[in-house]
Design a binder for this molecule. Structure first.
Ligand code: FAD
Length: 266
């Protein structure tokens, strides 16, 4: 079984810097961490690998990311924690991608892996872009079934994956045939610590760094050029600590509150 885990490098701080011209995040490698949801996604994949390996079934976990060259540091950390190998898609042509262009780049990378993928594990969402679209879009690109918002460690039995996911009324159990895509909630698991043999292995482990040309991506479909969604304005909202006491009857208070909200939205 071959599992691909999608890992995004996100700013480690809430003080996110935006490029005033492209309205994309200024990615500073030194201040990047693994998206917390992707740390969970990695643990979910490693736990599947553990269970299958105990049953004598070979399972490989590949981590992959589209990001700046420094992202290699984070991918090596994933290997130290138990992933087998890593692929980094890094090229100026990938910069400024919206979710469609990101999905296209990742799907080119996944298609170029040397072994077909049985399961793609993504975080439910990235804490910077926050769209939660990449997992379902990857499922669409590969025409695979998708289980979103997985809340607990899923089970793999033969070619069937069973998972508990959040739904409007609470939780439901869903079964799909592999190959499939799942996206996981942050509390579904806790990423294990790196082991000493893992840290040593990570130093020399294969991390393939590939450009758009290497994975056969059409650069008209990648990065800013390939993104139909453009972020036209972004800003850090101003927060006021000011408290306002509203007097009067419930109807008067409601009207005054509505006026205050309306004024704040202008
Ligand atoms: P999500 O879909 O939230 O991520 C889900 C999972 O996909 C992650 O947990 C991870 O497993 C995987 N994943 C995501 N990105 C990568 C990656 N680079 N490498 C590996 N795995 C990855 N784009 C739009 O299309 N529409 C918008 O409205 C939009 N608004 C934005 C607003 C702001 C303020 C910013 C900064 C960006 C916005 N973007 C938008 C761009 C969006 O952040 C990027 O397209 C990004 O590359 C992927 O989307 P996401 O971060 O929302 O990922």
């Amino acid at each position: 079984m071959h599992i691909a885990v999608c890992v995004k490098a996100v700013p480690s701080t809430t003080e996110v810097k935006m490029d005033p011209e492209t309205h994309t995040i200024v990615r500073d490698g030194r201040a990047s961490v693994i998206n917390p949801f992707d740390a969970t996604a990695l643990e979910v994949a490693l736990a599947i690998k553990d269970a299958r390996s105990a049953a004598g079934e070979r399972t490989r976990v590949s981590v992959m990311s589209m990001g700046i060259p420094d992202t290699e540091r984070l991918l090596r950390d994933c290997i130290a924690r138990g992933a087998d190998d890593a692929l980094l898609l890094s090229d100026r042509a990938f910069a400024g991608a919206d979710t469609l262009a990101t999905t296209y780049a990742l799907s080119c990378g996944i298609s170029q892996l040397d072994e077909a993928v049985d399961l793609i594990v993504c975080g439910k969402m990235a804490v910077d872009g926050d769209t939660a679209q990449i997992g379902p879009e990857l499922a669409g690109a590969f025409e695979m079934p998708c289980i979103t918002d997985v809340q607990e460690q899923p089970e793999v039995c033969g070619r069937t994956l069973r998972a508990r996911r959040a739904c409007d009324g609470g939780r439901e159990t869903v079964e799909v045939d592999l190959p499939a895509v799942i996206t996981v909630a942050k509390d579904a698991a806790q990423l294990r610590m790196p082991s000493i043999p893992g840290v040593l292995a990570a130093e020399t482990a294969p991390v393939a760094v590939k450009t758009a040309a290497d994975v056969g991506a059409d650069t008209a479909r990648t990065g800013l050029a390939g993104s139909p969604t453009q972020v036209v304005r972004s800003f850090v909202p101003e927060r006021s600590q000011e408290a306002v006491a509203i007097e009067g009857s419930p109807a008067e208070q409601a009207a005054a509150l509505a006026a205050l909200i309306e004024e704040g939205c202008r």
